[in-house]
Design a protein around this ligand. Structure first.
Ligand code: ADP
Length: 161
């Protein structure tokens, strides 16, 4: 059984993240989407609420082999704990590539050889969580860039900017 681990902040989870999860779900027998808790990073959406919204989003597309988890340890430790074969990351452009490559090398080193599989962002390559939060801060429409259950969190004011 092949297992993929897709870690991220997902603050919020966007249509771009969902595209990566769909592709990963096709490629692996099992995919864990991991919302990483980083005490140094201010969160704008509650992790438990985002977890539920991601679960609903993947259910809508019948991605039955996807499980959403929250983790607060190192990605390299979590990937070993999950016995995953690959870490999955999305690449939008060369800026992503440069930072992802450093992270991938660190994780490869700390896990004794678990590699990172990059998936192309494709049509939503211009979408990012910070772009969505920026729209929200100006009270602009952000739903187009969010799966419906995540858009509902925005509609219900369940965030802190
Ligand atoms: P992190 O803080 O760990 O970078 P993010 O939630 O910002 O977490 O992103 C998680 C992963 O998803 C990263 O690999 C990022 O490059 C990728 N990603 C972000 N936005 C998109 C998008 N629009 N399309 C594809 N991949 C994306």
């Amino acid at each position: 059984m092949t297992i993929g681990f897709y870690p991220g902040s997902f603050d919020p989870f966007t249509v771009g993240h969902l595209e990566i999860v769909k592709k990963a779900s096709d490629l692996f027998d099992k995919v864990y989407v991991g919302i990483g808790i980083n005490p140094d990073k201010k969160r704008h959406f509650d992790t438990e609420e985002m977890k539920k919204a991601i679960e609903k989003s993947v259910k809508e597309y019948h991605l039955d082999n996807v499980e959403v988890i929250i983790y607060d340890n190192l990605t390299s430790d979590k990937v070993k704990e999950l016995k995953a074969d690959y870490i999955i990351r999305g690449i939008r452009n060369n800026i992503d590539y440069n930072s992802e490559e450093t992270l991938a090398q660190i994780n490869y080193e700390l896990t004794n050889g678990i590699d990172t599989l990059y998936l192309r962002a494709g049509k939503y390559g211009y979408v990012s969580s910070s772009f969505v939060r920026n729209l929200m801060s100006f009270k602009k429409r952000s739903y187009d860039y969010l799966p419906i259950p995540v858009g509902e969190l925005v509609r219900d004011g369940k965030y802190k900017l």
